[in-house]
Design a binder for this molecule. Structure first.
Ligand code: FE2
Length: 356
């Protein structure tokens, strides 16, 4: 319901009432009533034009103390939104672990919209019910909260689910190709993909062949700027076919070493490795992108800058290859207050954009 230049949205469900009011696209007030718990504040919206700044991190599961340190280390950062690389909890069906996650991240997530990707630990079997329940995500184009896209000004964010099996995986791949093809015909300048399983990695798990077989050709064909992943608990960076691959799995889970027996296909791509807790700070200004990997003491572990022509002008490589499946996901309980809140914060931004 649109009220002048402000919005009011009520979404009653079986757990309570979600209520949002928002005034501008650059900032919005929120008020949440969830199971009788109340919260309110001011969130930062995502601008339709001009520079963007965002953070990337993930794999915060299993060690709340370290997770808390990571969150403290980025407390002073300025951001329009956050990309999550997955594995927020150890067991996706365990409600108290989600409660702990939201308890640790509540202040951060009340300041900026969170775009999470599903990690293998966030699901149970083929399902990821808690994940889908605790976050309200923009499923307009995909019909699923497990994979989705969001247009932040001229920057397209694409979030994928590498845990799915066919036929869902097949549908997701078709959606991905349609989304990238459509973006190519618009004024989109940058495309960033988030997917939990890394295509390339020289740490314990190594590069994920299923994800690589399924999507690498599409990433290359449409020349996406960068792919952000997690799953291996370290920082890594590489490049192949004009696509930059970042692994950011240093959000709190036990750190993984460089694997001595890493496969050649992974060694040929990964150029930088740090076994450190960290987050990524990404700045986008016109054609320019700058990424910094930052450690817990503020030290810069790595940085990379590039400049891209608009997506419509980029070279098109070989046609996309046929893909193959990977892994899979279940769950339920009552929503913690901040889970309600963060879903609502994202909803608020979507509503503001639709209305303005
Ligand atoms: Fe994982």
């Amino acid at each position: 319901m649109v009220l002048g230049n402000a919005l009011s949205l009520s979404l009653p469900d079986d757990d309570g009432v979600h209520e949002v009011s928002a005034a501008t696209a650059s900032q919005f007030d929120y008020h949440v009533n969830c199971d009788g718990h109340m919260a309110s504040g001011v969130g930062r919206g995502i601008p339709r034009s001009g520079p963007l700044e965002f953070l990337v991190f993930g794999d915060s599961r299993s060690r709340p103390g370290v997770h808390r340190k990571v969150i403290r280390s980025l407390a002073g950062e300025s951001m329009h939104f956050i990309l999550g690389t997955g594995d927020y909890v150890e067991h996706g069906r365990v409600h108290r672990q989600w409660r702990k996650f939201f308890e640790i991240e509540k202040e951060l997530l009340s300041r900026a919209v969170f775009f999470p990707s599903v990690g293998n630990h966030d699901r149970k079997g083929r399902h990821a019910k808690e994940f889908e329940r605790y976050f309200a995500l923009p499923k307009d184009s995909s019909g699923s909260e497990r994979y989705y896209s969001y247009l932040a000004g001229k920057t397209l964010l694409v979030v994928l689910d590498s845990n799915m099996r066919d036929p869902e995986m097949g549908r997701q791949t078709i959606w991905l190709q349609e989304t990238l093809e459509a973006a190519k015909r618009t004024s989109v300048e940058h495309v960033f993909v988030t997917v939990h399983h890394p295509l390339y990695s020289i740490s314990l798990h190594g590069g994920h062949r299923g994800t690589r077989n399924r999507w690498e050709a599409l990433f290359r064909r449409y020349q996406v700027d960068a792919v952000f992943s997690g799953h291996d608990h370290a920082y890594m960076r590489g490049e192949k076919g004009g696509v930059r691959y970042f692994v950011s799995g240093g959000g709190g889970a036990p750190l993984y070493p460089r694997r001595k027996s890493a496969k050649k296909i992974d060694r040929d791509v990964i150029e930088v490795f740090h076994r450190k807790n960290h987050f990524l700070r990404v700045s986008v200004d016109g054609p320019s992108v700058h990424v910094k990997a930052v450690g817990l003491k503020g030290e810069v572990l790595d940085s990379l800058s590039w400049s891209s022509p608009p997506l419509s002008g980029r070279l098109v490589g070989a046609p996309a290859a046929q893909a193959t499946p990977s892994i899979a996901s279940k769950s339920s309980n009552r929503l913690p207050l901040f889970a309600c809140l963060f879903g609502v914060v994202l909803l608020a931004v979507q509503v503001v954009r639709k209305a303005s």
